[in-house]
Design a protein. Structure first.
Length: 262
């Protein structure tokens, strides 16, 4: 009898843990951050980015769109918008939703190349998404101060060409870069003057058992050559479960001030 009740207790605990992991995997959480830089162009005031990475199989919730509507100046998709088996209609639905928030910019992730990537590129072009494949786009204030967003292609297939993105960026500008895989920081030198890197890919480890996972949880880290921002991501890979690294998206506000991360 004791073994029966003990076994039942273990079973119930296991089911509750499983339900919790499913809940973490399908959260619609928008994390808000304020990043201050001493050299951020003052005439730009505040620039707010809605950053979402690793969407994979999910359909973006209207709850998220409603929460960030009217609060972001631009949207950046940090790679893995899709993966093998995801219908293109779902991809289109997600893009249409994101376009309600602001102009959309996209960098390639490793799983995006599992699908017909030429068709994906055409879909993005048709829907007015700017694909940043080793290129850059410049935003300029009326006073002539500039912010450059650089995008680097997928590193896992050696498609990344940071030098091309840098050559496409304005020299005297505040530079941020989006690259799916955070290891791009190993190629960034201090003289590149890239102030912020936005990335995903790791899913924050996705499942942490006894505090252990192959990857650390997402977060913001100041390095010698730049500041690295890693998102846990919105979707999952393999199992639709998370533990200790909940699904997330981000509203990131950049502004001038005493440097601090938050």
């Amino acid at each position: 009898m004791i073994l029966f009740w003990f076994g039942l207790f273990i079973l119930v605990c296991g089911l509750l843990l499983l339900l919790y992991m499913v809940r973490e995997a399908f959260l619609n959480k928008v994390v808000k951050h304020k990043l201050f830089f001493s050299d951020f162009p003052e005439s730009l005031g505040e620039v707010t980015i809605f950053f979402i990475s690793d969407i994979h199989k999910r359909t973006i919730s209207d709850q998220i769109i409603d929460e960030v509507m009217g609060k972001a100046d631009l949207v950046i998709i940090g790679g893995d918008l899709t993966e093998k088996g995801v219908p293109f209609e779902r991809v289109k639905t997600n893009i249409v939703k994101l376009k309600q928030v602001g102009p959309v910019y996209f960098v390639w992730g490793n799983n995006d190349y599992e699908v017909d990537f030429r068709k994906l590129d055409a879909v993005l072009l048709d829907l007015g998404v700017k694909v940043l494949a080793n290129t850059a786009v410049t935003f300029e204030s009326t006073q002539g101060e500039k912010l450059c967003l650089l995008g680097v292609d997928d590193m896992s297939q050696d498609r990344d060409q940071l030098d091309l993105a840098l050559s496409d960026a304005e020299v005297n500008s505040f530079k941020i870069i989006a690259c799916h895989i955070p290891a791009i920081v190993k190629k960034i030198l201090p003289e590149h003057e890239i102030r912020l890197v936005l990335s995903g890919h790791t899913h924050g480890g996705q499942i942490h058992l006894f505090g252990y996972s192959p990857y650390k949880r997402g977060g913001i880290k100041k390095l010698n050559n730049t500041i690295l921002f890693i998102s846990n991501g919105y979707g999952t890979t393999a199992l639709p479960l998370r533990l200790g690294a909940p699904a997330e998206s981000h509203l990131i506000t950049l502004q001038r001030g005493t440097e601090k991360l938050g």
